[in-house]
Write a protein that binds this ligand. Structure first.
Ligand SMILES: Cc1cc2nc3c(=O)[nH]c(=O)nc-3n(C[C@H](O)[C@H](O)[C@H](O)COP(=O)(O)O)c2cc1C
Length: 214
């Protein structure tokens, strides 16, 4: 059975990113995949510590992250799964720190600094990167997203990306410092467009599980 691991990289366990990731999981499960959803906020881990245990020739961690923390087991699940779905809110023009740390821990052990471009990972894992953001246009982050996609395609597997823009950020905008937003336009978008984003995530999940059915 196709195995898919899904990771929510927002500190919020029920908001936009989590909902997009959950929709993708529903799509994958609908297409017959076995799915596991993990909220990264529940785990304690760091980014790459530059120990180079993953590159030590003949070492016991060669090709795998040598750090031992809450991410260790998750990394093994990611690298042995058929697909990985990673949800990331944009924070100050980048992914959240917990997602960046995850990326480093996935990417660094795969990279061999080899002349011929060979990598350590032998299994290809289909990857979906789902971003959510305040910004009205995902093209604003196209370089960032393009660079993530290129790195995942080089080291991990075929990668697709999906964005939900102008997300609903507060339960009640009147209670927070947020005068830059047109709240009614946001509400409308949340009610009318976000459900379409969730549907796109569902379809992405179905594709991840190997079904092209819309
Ligand atoms: C600390 C912080 C920084 C943010 N920075 C940006 C940003 O640079 N660009 C952007 O488009 N949205 C930014 N946002 C908005 C979030 O990306 C957006 O609301 C996202 O959907 C939140 O995901 P969540 O609802 O799953 O927590 C920021 C939000 C927070 C909390």
């Amino acid at each position: 059975m196709t195995k898919i691991i899904a990771l929510n990289g927002s500190p919020r366990r029920t908001w936009n990113t989590a909902q997009m990731v959950e929709a993708a999981v529903r799509g994958a499960a609908d297409a017959g995949a076995e799915c596991e959803l993990i909220h990264l906020t529940d785990l304690k881990y760091t980014g790459c510590m530059s120990c180079f245990g993953c590159k030590r020739l003949g070492g016991k961690s060669f090709g795998r992250c040598a750090l031992r923390d809450d991410l260790t087991e998750v990394l093994e699940k990611v690298l042995t799964a058929d697909g990985v779905i990673i949800g990331a809110p944009i924070y100050f023009g980048d992914v959240t720190g917990m997602v960046r740390n995850l990326f480093e821990r996935i990417w660094v052990p795969g990279l061999l600094y080899s002349k011929d471009g060979s990598i350590a990972y032998t299994k290809r894992v289909k990857t979906a990167l789902i971003y959510t953001m305040n910004c009205p246009d995902e093209n604003f982050y196209k370089d960032l997203i393009g660079s993530h996609k290129a790195t995942f395609e080089r080291l991990v597997g075929e990668t697709e990306t999906l964005c939900a823009v102008e997300t609903w950020q507060f339960d009640d905008y009147s209670k927070y410092a947020s005068t830059m937003f047109d709240v009614e336009a946001r509400r409308k978008r949340h009610e009318e467009v976000f459900p379409q984003d969730l549907q796109k995530a569902f379809e992405l999940g179905r594709r991840m599980a190997g079904s092209d059915a819309e």
